[in-house]
Write a protein that binds this ligand. Structure first.
Ligand code: T46
Length: 191
C-alpha cells in the first residue's frame, strides 16, 4: 500500500497492493495503522457509504459544515470515475484550487479528502459502484454544496456537459464566491 501527497499536499492518493491469482484477486483496502502513520494525525472513520451510478452521473461538489465536517476516504469497487477535491479552507494558500484523479475498479486507487474540502465525482464508465468512509455522521442540516461548473474553479470533468446527469439539488448549487456559509464554515473550521 503506497501513499502519495497530491498537488494539494493534504489530499492523499493511496494505492493498495492487489494480489491476483487464478481465482481472482485480494486487496487490503484499508489499514488504520499505515493510514495514520502516513497522515501523522488520528482519523476515526465512523460511517461507510456506497452509491451506484450510471455513465455521466456527477455527484457533488459537497461538504458538511462544522461541527459535522467530514474527511472522506473514497474508492471505486467497479467502474471508473474522475474524483475531485476542492480546497475550501478559508485562508488556505490553495483556497479554490482542486485535485482530480481517476479512481477505478482495476487500479483500486483511493483518495483521502480531508475536512475543509468539497468533494465530487463523475462516472466515466457505463456504471460505477462507489464506496467511502467518513469520519463524521451524515448531518443533512449541515449538508452544503458548490456548483460543479463554477467558472472560478475551472474543473475539467473530462466529459461533455450534454452527457452529465445531476440531482436537482446539484443543478442549483452556488458558486464558491457566493457561499456565505463557507466563511462561517471557515471560522468554525479553524475554531
Ligand atoms: C450523503 C448521505 C445521503 N443520505 C441520503 C440522503 C438522500 O435521501 C440520499 C441521496 O443523498 P445525496 O443526493 O446527497 O447523495 P450524493 O449526491 O451521493 O451525496 C454524496 O455525494 C458526494 C460525492 C459526497 O462526497 C458526499 O458524501 C455526499 O454528499 O441518501 C444518507 O442517508 N446518508 C448520507 O450520508
Amino acid at each position: 500500500m503506497t501513499f502519495t501527497r497530491s498537488a494539494i499536499p493534504d489530499v492523499i492518493i493511496i494505492e493498495p497492493k492487489v494480489h491476483g491469482d487464478e481465482r481472482g484477486y485480494f486487496v487490503e483496502t484499508f489499514r488504520h495503522d499505515k493510514f495514520e502513520n502516513f497522515l501523522g494525525y488520528k482519523v476515526n472513520f465512523c460511517q461507510d457509504n456506497e452509491s451506484r451510478s450510471h455513465h455521466g452521473v456527477l455527484r457533488g461538489l459537497h461538504y458538511q459544515l462544522a461541527p459535522y465536517a467530514q474527511s472522506k476516504l473514497v474508492r471505486v469497487i467497479d467502474g471508473r470515475v474522475l474524483d475531485v477535491a476542492v480546497d475550501i479552507r478559508v485562508g488556505s494558500p490553495t483556497f479554490g484550487k482542486y485535485v482530480s484523479v481517476e479512481l477505478n475498479g482495476k487500479n483500486k486507487k483511493q483518495m483521502f479528502v480531508p475536512r475543509g474540502f468539497a468533494h465530487g465525482f463523475v462516472v466515466l464508465s457505463e456504471t460505477c459502484t462507489f464506496t467511502y468512509k467518513v469520519d463524521n455522521y451524515y448531518a443533512p442540516e449541515c449538508d452544503r454544496g458548490i456548483s460543479f461548473n463554477d467558472s472560478n474553479l475551472g474543473i475539467d470533468w473530462q466529459i461533455t456537459s450534454e452527457l452529465l446527469h445531476l440531482s436537482v439539488k446539484d443543478t442549483k448549487q452556488p458558486k464558491l464566491e457566493d457561499t456565505l456559509d463557507l466563511f462561517e464554515y471557515g471560522r468554525n473550521y479553524y475554531a
